[in-house]
Ligand binder design. Structure first.
Ligand code: FE2
Length: 277
């Protein structure tokens, strides 16, 4: 199974990059399952709206994951239960609307499990992500229940993301970090067969401070005084993603490669996908 995971889509610029590049990526690499992180996709750069959920599905996303900004657009608390492909962190408190894991049928008739979780270091308080992820993995084991499992670990701390990768190693097809908005260079397959990347990077304008227009964050760092709202940067975005190929017989990874298209980052394309197509 070929799985494409697109990193945090930031504002209008990020959505434009998704509309421009995602359909071609899906067809060129014969992708079976496309997951995007949409927690920054609103025009403000924080949260998601119902029209944007529809827009991302129309661009080719099969599943949309969230993160610490899930509820910045308050209407998401209402519409999430009407959006079957929207997944919020699994380790929110009991009673939170929506779902933290989604079992879906993929384009080729196989089954996949998508889990979204929040880290706890340098983040708002949430329940234990490891226990919640482990419960989902135990309930839906690779091979017996699903052909692939993908974990979006939305988290600030590198060490916690590494721990999530090793915690899931051999039990998930892909563990990918989101939230820090900068792609790491450590995409690889862990010893137990799980593809891993500490952070996939954002799909946004990198001529910015984590996707935001530079002036206000710079002012806050240099003076300590907030004086305006953060605004998403509007230059050409880089689509940042990771492409993984898995073995349907084991659910484990065969190949992983980063994807970077457009904007000001160095391009990266998954040569393994073109060679085998
Ligand atoms: Fe985030």
């Amino acid at each position: 199974m070929r799985i494409l995971f697109v990193g945090d889509i930031v504002g209008k610029a990020g959505r434009q990059a998704v509309r421009t590049h995602l359909p071609n990526c899906i067809s060129r690499w014969s992708v079976h399952l496309t997951i995007v992180n949409g927690e920054n996709a609103a025009d403000t750069g924080f949260g998601i709206t119902r029209p944007i959920y529809d827009e991302l599905l129309a661009a080719g996303a099969d599943v949309i994951t969230l993160g610490n900004h899930s509820w910045n657009r308050k209407e998401a608390l209402q519409f999430i239960d009407e959006c079957p492909r929207l997944v919020r962190p699994v380790n929110y408190l009991a009673g939170t609307p929506g779902k933290g894991a989604l079992l879906i049928e993929v384009r080729n008739g196989r089954r996949a499990l998508v889990i979204n979780a929040l880290g706890r270091l340098f983040m708002e308080p949430v329940e234990d992500p490891f226990g919640r992820i482990g419960a989902e993995l135990d309930a839906n084991p690779l091979v017996r229940a699903v052909e692939a499992t993908i974990v979006d670990f939305h988290c600030e701390a590198t060490g916690e993301k590494h721990a999530a990768g090793h915690f899931c190693d051999g039990r998930a097809s892909l563990v990918v970090g989101t939230h820090t908005h900068t792609p790491s260079a450590d995409d690889r397959i862990l010893p137990g067969g799980t593809a891993f990347m500490t952070d996939v990077g954002m799909t946004g304008d990198y001529n910015s401070i984590v996707g935001m227009v530079r002036e206000e964050p710079l002012r806050r760092f240099t003076t300590g005084i907030p004086s305006a709202r953060f605004e998403p940067a509007s230059g050409e975005a880089t689509l940042c993603a990771v492409l993984v190929e898995t073995d349907d017989r084991s659910g484990l990874a065969l190949s992983i490669a980063p994807v970077r298209i457009g904007g000001c980052l160095k391009p990266a394309l998954p040569s393994f996908a073109d060679e085998k197509s």
